[in-house]
Design a protein around this ligand. Structure first.
Ligand code: COA
Length: 314
């Protein structure tokens, strides 16, 4: 088993870069691609994930939706798993129109028996190749007012849910000797963030889980990585994380790239970590925050100083 996994890994490593990225195999576009409108197909070659099955928890909204769309666009069969399947309606409609393979499943990741049941069922159908642990719950609440039920609700979804899915879907991946797991964390997993002690603590746990499983399961042919978005546009984040007027602008002011990220950009970066193009990356966490976590106000001040120097000494 281990020998087979290593052979598969070596075979993947031998395939050239042209096998993964769009620009190198497709003719150069006549117009430059607008990065804010780019889809996964602009960065990666078509059918990159053909023949693979991906399960995306919380895959019908926000970042999860964009990851599901990107995977489906690049040929994967995508299984969206959420507490409420109503969240999948828009994606299913798009899938019908674009002949993507998308399936909707109800799943509460906090329920280990439900996760195990779905994993067994999918294993009987050949199993999954990619697991994206994206399901999350979050809201801003001062720590001293956070009830124990509120703490448990978020820890249950983010930390327990990521473990249950990794544990039960990982079992099938181990048996098949291959698989990719991508965990969605957040930069505040290590910086912390006032008002979200529940989510920050859970994401920090998921980061530790990512690194631990990456080492523990590498010998079975699995890779486990994480992506850490900074602030990006999504309805859930807007309603839950920066609900007050002016809050978003104040955060934006501190981002070196000067803007929030787009969920679609986060998804494209996520797909890189799931693609054979990142084959030797394991246990890594890709920070996607426009440089925000590099020093905030100090950084911004440095930019201002640079601009002022240019004005006085053009
Ligand atoms: N502020 C303070 N406490 C909150 C809260 C908020 N905005 N939202 C939920 N809670 C508390 C509830 O009051 C309850 O605690 P209590 O019984 O002591 O009052 C506890 O959390 C559980 O709430 P409940 O709604 O029953 O839990 P749930 O498991 O059904 O849902 C969430 C929990 C986090 C998923 C839910 O708040 C939610 O749907 N959030 C929006 C979706 C989201 O977070 N998306 C991610 C965006 S980044």
């Amino acid at each position: 088993m281990i020998r087979a996994a290593r052979a598969a890994s070596r075979a993947e490593a031998r395939s050239s870069l042209t096998a993964h990225f769009a620009r190198t195999v497709n003719p150069a576009p006549t117009q430059p691609v607008d990065p804010l409108r780019a889809t996964a197909g602009d960065s990666f070659r078509a059918e990159l994930f053909a023949g693979q099955t991906a399960l995306v928890t919380g895959g019908g909204t926000g970042l999860g939706l964009e990851i599901s769309r990107g995977l489906a666009q690049l040929g994967a069969r995508v299984i969206c798993a959420s507490r409420s399947t109503e969240h999948h309606a828009a994606l299913l409609e798009e899938a019908r129109a674009r002949a993507w393979q998308v399936e909707s499943r109800e799943l509460d990741v906090r329920e280990p028996t439900a996760v195990e049941r779905l994993a067994r069922e999918l294993d009987e159908r050949g199993g999954i190749d990619i697991l994206v642990n994206n399901a999350a719950g979050n809201f801003v609440c001062p720590a001293e007012r956070l009830s124990s039920r509120a703490w448990r609700a978020v820890l249950g979804i983010v930390l327990d849910g990521t473990f249950y899915c990794s544990r039960y879907f990982g079992l099938g991946m181990i048996a098949r000797g291959r698989g990719q797991i991508l965990n969605v964390v957040a930069t505040y997993a290590w910086t912390g963030m006032p008002g979200v002690v529940h989510s920050a603590s859970a994401k920090a746990g998921v980061l530790a889980m990512t690194r631990t499983l990456a080492v523990e399961w590498a010998r079975h042919g699995l890779r486990v990585n994480a992506i850490a978005p900074g602030p990006f546009h999504s309805e859930g984040a807007a309603n839950n994380l920066w609900p007050q007027d002016g809050m978003r602008e104040r955060i934006e002011e501190q981002i070196p790239l000067g803007r929030f990220g787009q969920a679609r950009e986060m998804a494209t970066h996520s797909l890189y970590l799931l693609s054979p193009g990142s084959n030797y990356i394991n246990g890594e966490c890709l920070v996607v925050d426009g440089g925000l976590s590099l020093g905030r106000n100090m950084w911004r001040e440095g930019q201002r100083r640079g601009a002022a120097a240019e004005e006085t000494n053009p």
